[in-house]
Design a binder for this molecule. Structure first.
Ligand SMILES: NC(=O)c1ccc[n+]([C@@H]2O[C@H](COP(=O)([O-])OP(=O)(O)OC[C@H]3O[C@@H](n4cnc5c(N)ncnc54)[C@H](O)[C@@H]3O)[C@@H](O)[C@H]2O)c1
Length: 311
């Protein structure tokens, strides 16, 4: 992506923090927010990667500063908001994007791989959010939060119980922050992106990579480019999205989807009395037949609207 900063954009005079902005999806989000006129605080664990993105924005005539460190650390998270205010005078939006994977099936999952993933995603979303909400409350102004969930959390994905639990938690966190922020003009939305990045490229079958390389060689649209996630995120950081909050959007390629929240779809009742466990085996199937939901474990990823492989 070659950065160009037009004279008028969706985020003119705004200030946005993007976490995990040194590479992948976060880098694309930082560049797009800058392209839309925002000053960007580039928060990144790997300081060199963060500095590079900030330099790229400044070289294109934009405003950016890099802050190195772990966003799941309260001092780092607080310093992001402080930096936004000290360097650029205010804060308007936070994109919580930083994340890691440590995939294992649950029986093989170590305590450390559980804790690291839960910490980076959940604390790494909570702490910058808390710092921003405290600032907005004190400054008596609204703001926009964009959180990064995943289909692995919303639908479930084999081998990702730690990551999926964190990502489903992020969707719930976003919904609750949206309720709490509504009176103060704070919006909170989550995205479930798909893109080929350092995080996902190695997980893809060779057949898929070959298909993609062939499509790119033909000059076709790169559906899985990480930059494709950024336009929706820039919009959700802008006042043009002030009427939207507590929602979860899917985003990849040229596609923007909205996810249905968890919804009760069928019920059985016991005539105003507590259930006897012995009666449940004879009645529970009514829930499955009324809803069309199957009783056993499902591959929920089969419900996605796009296919990784067109074979
Ligand atoms: N790539 C996908 O298809 C996909 C799908 C669903 C969700 N996501 C989510 O999107 C986000 C970005 O993923 P990506 O694919 O661009 O990955 P990536 O590995 O390319 O980039 C993630 C960036 O976050 C940084 N980071 C990690 N932990 C950090 C921390 N504690 N503090 C500060 N920075 C930290 C990394 O250094 C890296 O630069 C993640 O939250 C990921 O879970 C990605």
């Amino acid at each position: 992506m070659t950065l160009s900063i037009p004279s008028m954009g969706l985020l003119d005079a705004k200030v946005v923090i993007v976490t995990g902005a040194g590479r992948g999806i976060g880098r694309g989000e930082a560049l797009e927010c800058a392209a839309q006129g925002a000053a960007v605080v580039v928060a990144e664990f790997d300081p060199e990667a963060g500095e590079e993105v900030a330099k790229e924005i400044v070289a294109a005539g934009g405003r950016a500063v890099a802050v190195g460190g772990d966003v799941a650390d309260a001092e780092v998270a607080d310093s992001l908001v402080r930096t936004a205010v000290e360097e650029f005078g205010q804060l308007d939006a936070v994109v919580n994007n930083a994340g890691i994977l440590r995939d294992r099936t649950v029986a093989k999952l170590s305590d450390d791989d559980w804790d690291a993933v839960i910490r980076v995603h959940l604390r790494g979303h909570f702490l910058p959010t808390r710092a921003a909400v405290r600032y907005w409350r004190e400054a008596k102004r609204g703001g926009h939060l964009v959180h990064t969930a995943s289909t692995s959390g919303l639908l479930g994905n084999f081998g990702q119980s730690n990551y999926g639990a964190a990502k489903a938690g992020i969707a719930a966190f976003s919904t609750i922050v949206a309720q709490e922020g509504a009176r103060g003009g704070i919006t909170s939305n989550a995205i479930a992106p798909t893109a080929l990045t350092r995080m996902t490229l190695d997980l893809m079958p060779q057949e898929f990579r070959d298909q993609r390389d062939a499509a790119l060689a033909r000059g076709e649209f790169d559906f899985f480019a990480p930059e494709n996630v950024a336009p929706l995120v820039a919009f959700l950081c802008s006042d043009a999205s002030s009427h939207i909050s507590g929602k979860v959007f899917g985003v990849q390629g040229d596609s923007v989807e909205i996810f249905q929240p968890f919804t009760s779809v069928a019920e059985i009742k016991n005539d105003g009395k507590r259930w006897d466990p012995e009666d449940l085996p004879g009645r529970i199937d009514e829930l499955f037949s009324a809803s069309g939901i199957q009783a056993g474990a499902e591959n929920m990823m089969a419900r996605m609207r796009y296919q990784i492989l067109d074979i």
